[in-house]
Design a binder for this molecule. Structure first.
Ligand SMILES: Nc1nc2c(ncn2[C@@H]2O[C@H](COP(=O)(O)OP(=O)(O)OP(=O)(O)O)[C@@H](O)[C@H]2O)c(=O)[nH]1
Length: 350
C-alpha cells in the first residue's frame, strides 16, 4: 500500500500503529474539551443501505457548499466505487487497489472491500493529520464528509470501521448521517427494519445521528416523521396491513421500544436530486456537532481517563514486581528452585 494521496499530492507513509494513533487522538480530544472543538470542522460520516443515495447526497452537498462561504472536505472510503462525483480530497482508491487486493488474497467482492478498508485503517492517522493541517490552515474547514461503502455492514460492523470512526471522533466533533431510501421505506415492516439498523449503529458508535430521509422528490417523508412522533399512527399503519402474524406483533412491540430512540434523533427530509431540505440538513449537522461536544466528548474523555488509569495501574504492578525481584536478588535469596542456597527449602520438597 502506498502513502496517502491527498488532493493530488503523495504523502509519505510513516507507518504508525494504533497505540500511536490513540495517543495523538487523545491529545486532540483533550484540546477539543478545552473549547477548541467547536472551531474544528464537524465530521459527518455518511452511512446507509446500498442505493439509498449517499453518493448523490454528497454530490448535492458539495454543490451547495461551493455556492456558500463554507469550506468542505470530502473523503471517499468506498474502494469499489467507479465514480466519485463530489471530488474527494482523500480517496481510498488512490491508496488501495481493490481489484488487486481481491486477486492477491483470493477474495470475493465483499472480502476485497473489507480488506481494503483494513489496509487503509492501519494508516488512518495520516488522514487525520491531513484533515488537521487543512483545518488549521488560513482557509479553515467547516465540514468534513465521509462516504462509506454501500455494503453498510462492511463499515459499521468491522474493526476497521470502528477504528476509523473512533479516530475521527477522537480528533473532531463527529456525527453520523444515516441516509434512508424513503420510497422504499413506506411499509411499516421495512421502516422498522431500517430504524432497528440505525438504532444498532447509534448504540455501537454512541455518536449523534441525523436521519436523512432521501428522495423526498419521489415520496414525501411526512409519513415517517408522523410514525416517529406518534406511536399510535404507526400502530394504525400496522393495522392497515392486517398483519396478524408473529412479524406484526413483533413490529408493535418494537415500535414501543424505539419510542425512546426516536426522541434522541434528529431527522430531516431531503432530496439529493433537487436539493430540497439540504439547508435543514446543515442545521441538523450543526446541532449534532453541538450535541457531540455536550454529550459525547465528556463520555469519551471519561473512557480515555479509565484506559489511562488501567494502563498506569498495570505499569505500577509491573514495577512493584520488578522491585520485589531486585530486592530478592540483593537479599542473597536466589530465585530458582534447586540451586545453591535456594530460598525454597529443597529438603521440604519431598
Ligand atoms: N429521485 C431521486 N433519486 C435519487 C436521489 N438520490 C439518489 N438517487 C438515485 O438513487 C440511485 C442510487 O444513488 P447513489 O448515490 O449511487 O446511492 P449510494 O447509497 O451511494 O449507493 P451505493 O454506492 O451502492 O451505496 C441513483 O440512481 C441516484 O440517481 C434523490 O434524491 N431523488
Amino acid at each position: 500500500m502506498s502513502g496517502f494521496a491527498a488532493e493530488g499530492g503523495e504523502v509519505e507513509a510513516t507507518g504508525g500503529d494504533e497505540a500511536d494513533h490513540a495517543g495523538v487522538a487523545g491529545e486532540a480530544a483533550a484540546a477539543a474539551g478545552e473549547g477548541a472543538a467547536r472551531r474544528k470542522p464537524v465530521v459527518c460520516i455518511v452511512l446507509g443501505m446500498a442505493g439509498s443515495g449517499k453518493t448523490t447526497l454528497l454530490q448535492r452537498i458539495n454543490l451547495q457548499m461551493n455556492s456558500s462561504d463554507k469550506q468542505g472536505y470530502y473523503i471517499n472510503l468506498d474502494p469499489a466505487v467507479t465514480q466519485v462525483p463530489f471530488g474527494a480530497n482523500i480517496d481510498i482508491r488512490d491508496t488501495v487497489n481493490y481489484k488487486e487486493v481481491m486477486a492477491q488474497y483470493g477474495l470475493g467482492p465483499n472480502g476485497g472491500i473489507m480488506t481494503s478498508l483494513n489496509l487503509f485503517a492501519t494508516r488512518f492517522d495520516q488522514v487525520i493529520g491531513l484533515m488537521e493541517a487543512r483545518s488549521d490552515s488560513a482557509e479553515g474547514l467547516d465540514y468534513v464528509f465521509v462516504d462509506t461503502p454501500g455494503q453498510i455492514e462492511v463499515f459499521t460492523w468491522s474493526a476497521s470501521g470502528q477504528i476509523i470512526t473512533e479516530s475521527l471522533a477522537s480528533a473532531f466533533p463527529t456525527c453520523l448521517i444515516y441516509v434512508i431510501d424513503t420510497p422504499r421505506t413506506t411499509s411499516p415492516t421495512t421502516f422498522m427494519s431500517n430504524m432497528l439498523y440505525a438504532c444498532s449503529i447509534l448504540y455501537r458508535t454512541r455518536l449523534p445521528m441525523v436521519l436523512a430521509f432521501n428522495k423526498s422528490d419521489v415520496t414525501s417523508p411526512d409519513f415517517a416523521a408522523e410514525w416517529m412522533s406518534d406511536f399510535e399512527k404507526f400502530q394504525e399503519a400496522l393495522d392497515e396491513t392486517a398483519d396478524e402474524s408473529y412479524m406484526g406483533s413483533l413490529n408493535r412491540s418494537l415500535s414501543l421500544v424505539l419510542d425512546e430512540f426516536y426522541s434522541t434523533l434528529k431527522h430531516v427530509g431531503v432530496s439529493a436530486a433537487t436539493g430540497e431540505g439540504i439547508d435543514q440538513l446543515f442545521q441538523s449537522l450543526d446541532a449534532a456537532g453541538d450535541e457531540f461536544i455536550r454529550d459525547y466528548l465528556p463520555d469519551l474523555q471519561a473512557r480515555m481517563a479509565a484506559v489511562a488509569a488501567r494502563t498506569q495501574a498495570a505499569k505500577e504492578r509491573e514495577m512493584t514486581k520488578l522491585m520485589a525481584d531486585v530486592a530478592v536478588t540483593r537479599g542473597d535469596k536466589p530465585l530458582r528452585e534447586g540451586g545453591e542456597g535456594d530460598a525454597m527449602d529443597s529438603s521440604n520438597s519431598g
